[in-house]
Design a protein. Structure first.
Length: 164
């Protein structure tokens, strides 16, 4: 960039992408300064090297912005995971409210993880928890498919649904 360019002659491209031909390096640097921009070596392997008059800071900013935008777009493909927690003795009405919330998440395109947590003596009634998970799965069949069926791990039963 600018004075760091070591070759005596360069092929010059101005800020409007017009070729000005092969010129001495000091002439190219002075033209860049007149325009209030930088002389940037674009293709150092060419004979003679190709240099362009441009705003280097602005160009760097745009490159970083494009990279960040590319990262954003690559992450969009993952459906966010929403979790709904409950206990094995959750009342019918409370369960209906949780199912309605899950239905809304699924309609928006989110995955939903149902987590049933057990404490103390509730561990004796794991079959009741699996039964509730089966009911949830049956009631959500119209809007969701099962990604991971309900299974016990430590003191929790987890089940993951994703939208159809």
């Amino acid at each position: 960039m600018n004075a760091a360019i070591r070759v005596p002659q360069v092929r010059l491209i101005n800020e409007n992408n017009e070729q000005l031909g092969i010129v001495e390096k000091y002439i190219a640097v002075s033209k860049a300064r007149e325009a209030g921009l930088d002389l940037v070596e674009v293709s150092p392997t060419a004979d003679p090297p190709v240099c362009r008059i441009m705003d280097y800071g602005k160009w760097l900013y745009e490159q970083k912005r494009k990279a960040k935008l590319g990262q954003k777009k690559s992450q969009v493909h993952q459906a966010p995971l929403k979790e709904i927690r409950m206990r094995p003795e959750t009342d019918k009405h409370d369960l209906d409210i949780k199912l309605n919330k899950a239905r809304k998440f699924l309609e928006k395109g989110h995955k939903v993880q149902f987590t049933m947590m057990f404490r103390g003596r509730q561990m004796l009634h794991q079959d009741r928890g699996l039964e509730v998970m089966k009911q949830i799965n049956e009631s959500m069949e119209d809007v969701a498919k099962t990604e991971r069926p309900g299974r016990l791990a430590n003191r929790r039963i987890t089940m993951v649904l994703f939208p159809k």
